[in-house]
Ligand binder design. Structure first.
Ligand code: F6R
Length: 611
């Protein structure tokens, strides 16, 4: 969950590290630190954000052409100056930044204490720093051998950058379970948890694999596995541009990402739908198409917002491809003993491609013989590398912790998959297939229209900004949108909210409704329309406040609801893509009005690489 950046070359490392940490802050932001290696070693670290670190380092020596930085999301030990990374080993021989968890740290720590080691922090990382140092000193081996040897004793996950005070020209990096990318420049190298801190300097990257160790100086790097067998470095071109990772004129990344959705959906279509919108082609699925066409069941696994997209997928696959679908929280699936039958297809959905539970669930299902299809946003991340086939969402980097454009891109991919499979299986008539592709193709322009309601929605947000609770209701494929709306409100404005299938309200939640309860109802014109109108009446009969998302021109609901937000008319299959936008705006504006940190909500991090 933490962010790592490191540099070795001719430039001054400090500004590169600071900028890199700012780009990685979405991965964790409870403390930050840098280690600068010049004649000596300077470590500056503190609780708080990267800007607090800059303040802390002001006026101090920030020279040096080698260094490493870290932004933390606490696992072992509260956020504090002492628990911040980098961590220095007891005798100052090694400095380490770490993303991940050393599961057997207590056992290792006990052994080190018995050999006279003392500890400053409560972290598992300091244990690793001391373990490496103890091997280095006691066995009189090189820093690289000491690192390899320590890693064979470690159980857990790590992305690591390490430097030894006796070998100052070198950085040692290792990865298992937590991502690490090497940026390859001219006489300079970069290391980072993802490519965003690197693209400003070079477009050549190597995505490290699990159990790989890299030894990097300014002129060269070697890649080996933990046993020291040479590995071939696969240098790839990364296509991320700086504009994509800057806020531009927007106040927050989340707002920018809400506004980017017409484009991110277009990008998700690009090259996959013919110009005349008559055919879908998903090249990444080729390997898994026979299984997808013959499977008796699809299991979708994901977490959080991606799980909500998966629930929309369930509706789409069942309705159009007539394939039974189960949608599972990855964290539940992996710890049960799930029945995986021959021919089962697992679709794993993840924006980051690094979510630990989703990754572990994939590995387990793969071992049991399932075909794994990934839907991911971050190219080169861990999940796509574990799958048999997959489709990238192409939404571009999502920096705001609250997921917005990733959700709509995931739903776009799931829609394309369901329509294509339906057509190939014969459950979707050719005319309907073309009609649905065209409906999907109209979504970016229709979203542009919804975006024009931003100011109007902001006024509605003003009315409800002080609510303590909120309910979100939807039916069919709009029930997952209700769940997503509630999650957005909870995570960025800290208002308690729940999403329900509208008809379930009568089985309990209706007791909560009074004049203080805002109820967001997704009520566009579809086959459940009359039913949802009745649900709105039930809320109004109990003095609840109804904010309804309706189809343009709807007069019926206008008469009964307190507020309506109109979206353009669309086919019900694609309605989740339109109706989620007003809910994203509502949460965004309420959070801003409540003075919350929209892009970095408390206790959260963008990619959850711990269980
Ligand atoms: C909510 C949010 C999270 C993620 C979840 C899964 O706004 O962003 O709920 O959706 O942590 O993350 P990925 O999709 O990266 O696997």
């Amino acid at each position: 969950m933490c962010g790592i950046v490191a540099y070795v070359g001719d430039r001054t490392a400090y500004p590169i590290l600071i900028k890199g940490l700012q780009r990685l802050e979405y991965r964790g932001y409870d403390s930050a630190g840098v280690a600068l290696i010049n004649d000596g070693l300077h470590v500056y670290k503190c609780k708080g954000k990267v800007k607090d670190l800059e303040e802390h380092a002001k006026g101090k020596s920030i020279t040096g052409n080698i260094g490493m930085g870290h932004t933390r999301w606490a696992t072992h030990g509260i956020p504090s100056d002492t628990n911040s990374h980098p961590h220095i080993s007891m005798n100052g021989k090694f400095v380490v930044v770490h993303n991940g968890i050393i599961e057997n740290y207590a056992h290792l720590k006990k052994g080190l204490i018995s050999r006279g080691y003392t500890f400053q922090s409560e972290t598992d990382t300091e244990v690793l720093a001391n373990l490496i140092e103890s091997i280095y000193v006691e066995q009189k081996v090189s820093a690289e051998i000491a690192v390899r040897s320590a890693l064979t004793k470690v159980i857990g996950a790590y992305g690591l950058v390490i430097s030894c005070s006796d070998e100052k020209d070198k950085l040692i990096a290792a990865r298992k379970g937590s991502p690490l990318v090497i940026g390859v420049g001219e006489n300079e190298y970069f290391l980072a948890s993802d490519a965003t801190p690197i693209v400003e300097y070079t477009d050549k990257v190597v995505y490290m694999d699990d159990e790989e160790v890299a030894v990097i100086t300014k002129d060269s790097f070697t890649l080996t596995n933990i046993q020291n067998d040479t590995k071939e470095a696969n240098i790839q071109n990364v296509t991320l541009s700086i504009d994509e990772i800057d806020k531009g004129h927007y106040e927050h990344f989340m707002l920018k990402e809400i506004y980017e959705q017409p484009l991110s959906i277009e990008d998700t279509f690009r090259g996959r739908v013919t110009m005349d919108h008559s055919k879908i082609f998903l090249g990444g699925l080729t390997e898994a198409l026979p299984q997808l066409l013959s499977t008796k069941r699809i299991i979708i696994i994901a977490c959080g917002t991606s799980w909500h997209a998966g629930m929309v997928g369930e509706y789409l696959f069942e309705e159009y491809a007539r394939i039974p679908v189960e949608v599972e929280y990855a964290s539940e699936f992996r710890y049960r003993n799930p029945v995986i039958q021959e021919g089962d297809v697992i679709i794993a959905i993840s924006q980051s491609g690094e979510t630990a539970d989703t990754l572990a669930a994939i590995k387990m299902a793969k071992e049991r013989g399932a075909t794994i299809v990934g839907i991911c946003n971050v190219a080169g991340s861990s999940i796509p590398r574990e799958t048999h086939a997959g489709v990238y969402t192409h939404a571009g980097p999502e920096i705001g912790v609250a997921s917005t454009k990733a959700f709509t891109s995931q739903v776009t991919v799931l829609s394309m998959m369901a329509f294509l499979l339906g057509k190939m299986k014969g459950s979707l008539a050719p005319d309907n297939y073309i009609h649905l592709i065209k409906e999907l193709g109209k979504i970016p322009d229709k979203i542009k229209k919804v975006l024009e309601s931003d100011e109007y929605i902001k006024k509605i947000a003003e009315t409800y900004k002080d609510a303590s609770n909120a309910l979100y209701l939807g039916r069919g494929n709009l029930f997952p949108v209700a769940l997503e709306g509630a999650l957005k409100l909870k995570e960025i404005s800290y208002i308690h909210a729940e999403g329900y299938p509208a008809a379930e309200m009568k089985h309990g939640p209706i007791a909560l409704i009074d004049e203080n309860m805002p109820v967001f109802v997704i009520a566009t014109k579809d086959k459940s329309y009359d039913k949802i109108v009745s649900n709105i009446q039930e809320v109004k009969a109990r003095n609840g406040k109804v904010i309804a998302i309706v189809t343009e021109g709807d007069q019926t609901i206008k008469k009964m609801a307190d507020h309506v937000i109109e979206v353009p008319d669309c086919h019900e299959a694609v309605a989740p893509l339109l109706t989620v936008i007003p809910l994203q705006f509502i949460s965004y504006h309420i959070a801003v009005m409540r003075g919350c940190n929209v892009d970095q909500p408390r206790n959260l991090a963008k990619s959850v690489t711990v269980e």
